[in-house]
Design a protein around this ligand. Sequence first.
Ligand SMILES: [Zn+2]
Length: 268
Amino acid sequence: MELSLLIPIFLGLLAGGLINYLADVLPHTLRLSTTNGFARPLCLNPECKAPFRWTDTLLLRRCPKCGHGRSLRTYATLVLAEALSLFIWFSPPHTLGYALGLVVLTYLLLVTVIDLEHRLILRPLSLAGLILAALAGIYVRGWQSTLIGGAAGFGIMFVFYLFGRLFTRWRLRRLGKVNDNEEALGSGDVTLATILGLLLGWPLIWFGLLLGILFSGAIGLIIILVLLLTRRYKTQALNVFIPYGPFFILSTFLLIYAPMWMSSLVQK
Ligand SMILES: [Zn+2]
């Protein structure tokens, strides 16, 4: 084995560990603002919730109090971050390069994990993303395409957001409810589209958002088919919500990190 391979292996683990830590801690500390120094992740067992010691956190040990294991996500994130770190080490995105590529990737994975687990795009994290994406975008292709990309991402998603609100109102009337806090598209998705717009630039953001909508539409179709097949369509169809964020992130990831796959797809 080449010694230089230790770099992406180590940095991949570091990125995965960081994502796990922040995804465990941020949704609670940012909302409740109870940070005293560095917050520690809590045990997942709702009856225990003991804070983990740093060594236990790092070594992925079980909870010393109740013996509850670590979440499946903890391991999945580590494996994924490791695999992606090696992937971009061997075929770095020619625009970003390995190091900046890994930083952006770490951010995108973190947002995905938190969105999937909490259906939430945290505001401070969005702000950090806007800055990171603007800097990365300007570094790669100058400020013009970057800023237009960001504005386009915002504008396109804002229109969808307005349509989503109309749908939400229609849905609540159909269900005879006043409000159940379910939104077709959250305002966080608008911010996310702005971040991805800065990253992809104009005109690629167009394609990125279109691809994301196609991905989520495909998953939506599968869910509706399953509901139809299991005869739960009438009761469940209006209660199915698909988070859009992860699909937009997936399409952005493919466009930045695997453009060769994407262009071969388009040319066929
Ligand atoms: Zn415990």
